[in-house]
Design a protein around this ligand. Structure first.
Ligand SMILES: Cc1cc2nc3c(=O)[nH]c(=O)nc-3n(C[C@H](O)[C@H](O)[C@H](O)COP(=O)(O)OP(=O)(O)OC[C@H]3O[C@@H](n4cnc5c(N)ncnc54)[C@H](O)[C@@H]3O)c2cc1C
Ligand SMILES: *[C@@H]1O[C@H](CO)[C@@H](O)[C@H](O)[C@H]1NC(C)=O
Length: 404
């Protein structure tokens, strides 16, 4: 008797659309909303089954927006005035849901884009997505449904935070405790009393180590490279000053304030500051300074221990670059993310490099050839996302305009 087996995907008919947007995070939602606002037909393909899954499922509970509200609204609809200056995650999620429904953004969920390539002859982007909701049967053959979209314009909004990076640490496979990427960390429940190592001192690492110590876990944080540690207040002052002062001057003030606040603790625990200023580094490399939400106080009190880089793991014992060894029950890798654009986008070398990041400078890298765009790769957080979305929508509207 022939049995039904999972086989190659079954293709559906090709659909013609004006704009395909890949990804329903803040960048995809903002671009779709800006296009809907001008009645430009578009569809959003999202691999997850909710919008903004990063904010709904892959962020820790105590997360708040690190930048003041005024820098975090999406186009055409401000964050509600009644929200606090630093918006908590749940409130931001509900803003995103309201935003999507207000602008009638209705993503197609459970659609994983497997490939996108430009068809010269048809002058269209051919986007193939696997529909993971539906399994189709044809005769005795069944398989996932493969959908093809032909788009005049393609907007890549899959984000810089698509996939967590786990560094190669010798012995990690044999680690006897549990380990995870920061995107899987929710809170310190279950880690009370445990020795937990947080690797990385960016925003996620610092905040997670602070969260752990609030749950009475014995947290240590690995600080390998020089880092600028600032308060939300110092960043706010810096961003306001940037509007009328050159970066070099703003950096001087910001570093001075940070030294006043953290100079002694940092020195005592071997936390070094980069030679270049935080806003200069942000503009040049896209790297964000670390915003302290309480971890530095815990470090000062000795509740969080600072460690240098780790060299290897054996069973439950971790060895550090200073030769010291210690036992740990859990490791959380707050070691960043990578873009996965290069896994599915064919071509587009004018816009994306081999790492799936824009080739051009950080603020002008939103437009490629043949109607290819990217939103959310400017390394400028939600403010950059809003700018990208509006630039892209305006550019598409202009190119569709009969007066052109
Ligand atoms: C923990 C954390 C805190 C942050 N805090 C702030 C902050 O306070 N302020 C700020 O300005 N910025 C912050 N950021 C940075 C940035 O604003 C967010 O990462 C934001 O969510 C980026 O939006 P995005 O739409 O570009 O990407 P994402 O939110 O990552 O959305 C991309 C979407 O694309 C989908 N996708 C990916 N690949 C495919 C595929 N092949 N097919 C279909 N769909 C796909 C994903 O499922 C996802 O829904 C933070 C980032 C992180 C990780
Ligand atoms: C996505 O797929 C899952 C099954 O894989 C299904 O339960 C869910 O309802 C689907 N969601 C949407 C929005 O289609």
């Amino acid at each position: 008797m022939p049995s039904l087996t999972m086989e190659s995907p079954i293709a559906s008919e090709e659909k013609d659309v004006c704009v395909v947007i890949i990804g329903a995070g803040p960048a995809g939602l903002a671009t779709a909303a800006s296009l809907n606002y001008a009645n430009v037909p578009n569809i959003v393909l999202e691999k997850d089954n909710v919008c903004a899954p990063l904010w709904k499922r892959r962020a820790y509970d105590r997360l708040k927006l690190h930048l003041a509200k005024e820098f975090c609204s999406l186009p055409h609809m401000s964050l509600p005035w009644k929200l606090p200056k630093y918006v908590p995650r749940a409130a931001f999620v509900s803003y995103l849901d309201t935003y999507a429904s207000h602008f009638h953004v209705d993503p197609l969920y459970n659609r994983t884009v497997l490939s996108a390539s430009y068809d010269e002859a048809a002058a269209r982007w051919r986007v193939e997505a696997r529909n993971t909701t539906t399994v189709v049967e044809v005769d005795d053959h069944h398989g996932p449904l493969l959908e093809t979209y032909l788009a005049r314009y393609l907007v890549v909004a899959t984000g810089q935070n698509c996939e967590g990076i786990i560094p190669d640490v010798p012995g990690l496979e044999g680690f006897s405790g549990e380990w995870m990427h920061s995107s899987e960390y929710q809170n310190g429940l279950g880690l009370t009393g445990k020795n937990v190592l947080v690797v990385g001192c960016g925003n996620s690492g610092m905040e997670i180590s602070y969260d752990l110590s609030n749950y009475d876990a014995k947290a240590s944080i690995v600080v390998r490279h020089p880092v600028h540690v600032l308060t939300t207040g110092i960043v706010y002052i810096g961003m306001k000053m940037l509007k009328f002062l050159p970066t070099s001057m703003v950096d001087k003030v910001v570093v001075f304030l940070s030294r006043l606040k953290y100079g002694r603790v940092a020195k005592k625990h071997g936390i070094r500051r980069p030679d270049e200023g935080p806003f200069f580094l942000k503009e040049k490399t896209g790297k964000t300074p670390t915003i302290d939400v309480g971890a530095m106080r815990m470090i000062k009190m000795g509740k969080i221990k600072v460690r240098p880089g780790l060299t290897r793991i054996e069973g439950d014992t971790i060895e550090f670059e200073d030769g010291k060894k210690a036992r740990f029950d859990a490791i959380i890798f707050a070691t960043g993310y990578r873009s996965t654009v290069r896994k599915w986008l064919k071509g587009g070398e004018d816009l994306f490099n081999a790492n799936g990041m824009p080739v051009v400078g950080f603020s002008k890298g939103w437009k490629g050839d043949h109607g290819l765009y990217c939103a959310g790769f400017s390394q400028m957080g939600l403010a950059g996302i809003s700018m990208d979305a509006m630039n892209i929508a305006n550019d598409i509207i202009l190119s569709l305009s009969p007066l052109k």
